[in-house]
Design a protein around this ligand. Structure first.
Ligand code: TA6
Length: 298
């Protein structure tokens, strides 16, 4: 469907419209009081402004907006694997659903704001990369909170095992002043130190490249940002892992779609199920993973 047809079917006057956004890609623009922008490419939440708040999600000024490429910022969806696909040269990092267009299924006004539902269904191309049949829905509610729910259905006849993540990029004033609360005492894999298993002592702070998978973590996390004088809280359901990432100087320079001087302004707090916590789903069954993001000043 083209943008005109999408608007005829889904636009809600004063609440939501479909526009040609970055790279001309179609995106749902959610209009006030909370604003949002969600690309159908990757069902990618790119922007969320709750009332009275500055930008909450971070977007690189160098991001690409093109079919087959991931958008650098906002909330990429990682599925059906997280990170590189072990042993498969050329496989897209973090799976393939973030690199392709999803179908816009519905837009409706709900008590909490505007709900946008997009879905991607397995096809010959996906089966060539991952031999399972599935439907993956992304249900996003844009309001004073941002709620994102990944709903996976195994439509095949055999069980499947999938990794998944809402790889959320948050905008911060200065990463060197940020602390992340809620992970104290949990265990993590330190991908910057030989994937050693470590225990988190107190809050997470940032003094260099940080790339950690905190496993068996169910509690909410909070980004304490003294520079922007706000706290961003991430509450989750159906997720056993939390990933914390900042590329710092060298890794930022090494990424063509990430500005060399952008790393101080972002942190990823990712809601995930990966590795030993990958989702095991019998044929015909469903699994949901959700993250609710809220912001308070102070
Ligand atoms: O979630 C952290 C991470 O796995 C890092 O290792 C880094 O690779 C980041 O994701 C970004 O991955 P991408 O494929 O989007 O460049």
């Amino acid at each position: 469907m083209n943008i005109t047809e999408l608007n005829q079917k889904h636009a809600i006057s004063g609440a939501a419209e479909i526009i040609a956004a970055g790279g001309g890609l179609p995106a749902v623009r959610v209009l006030g009081p909370a604003h949002g922008l969600i690309y159908l490419h990757g069902a990618h939440v790119a922007d969320w402004h709750p009332p009275g708040q500055k930008e909450v999600l971070w977007m690189s000024g160098a991001s690409l907006f093109a079919d087959g490429k991931a958008i650098r910022g906002g909330v990429p969806i990682c599925f059906p694997w997280f990170g590189p696909l072990g042993g498969v040269a050329g496989a897209a990092t973090h799976g393939f659903v973030r690199n392709r267009a999803w179908e816009l299924e519905s837009i409706r006004k709900v008590a909490a704001g505007v709900e946008v539902v997009m879905k991607v269904t397995s096809d010959a191309a996906s089966r060539a990369a991952w031999p399972h049949d599935f439907v993956l829905r992304h249900r996003v509610t844009v309001g004073s909170e941002l709620t994102m729910t990944l709903e996976l259905t195994n439509t095949g006849t055999a069980p499947l095992q999938a990794e998944e993540a809402l790889h959320t990029y948050f905008s911060v004033g200065d990463i060197k002043q940020v602390r992340v609360q809620g992970l104290a005492g949990t265990h993590y894999i330190d991908k910057v130190d030989g994937k050693k298993e470590k225990t988190q002592a107190g809050d997470v702070d940032f003094t260099g490249e940080t790339d950690r998978v905190y496993f068996d973590t169910l509690a909410p996390t909070t980004i304490e940002d003294p520079n922007l004088r706000r706290r961003i809280r991430i509450t989750k359901e159906g997720s056993r892992d939390t990933v914390v990432w900042n590329p710092w100087i060298a890794k930022a320079k090494a990424m063509a779609d990430f500005g060399d001087d952008e790393w101080p302004g972002m942190v990823c707090i990712e809601t995930a199920n990966a590795g030993p916590n990958a989702v095991e789903l019998p044929a015909g069954q469903q699994h949901s993973m959700s993250a609710v993001i809220s912001v308070e000043n102070g």
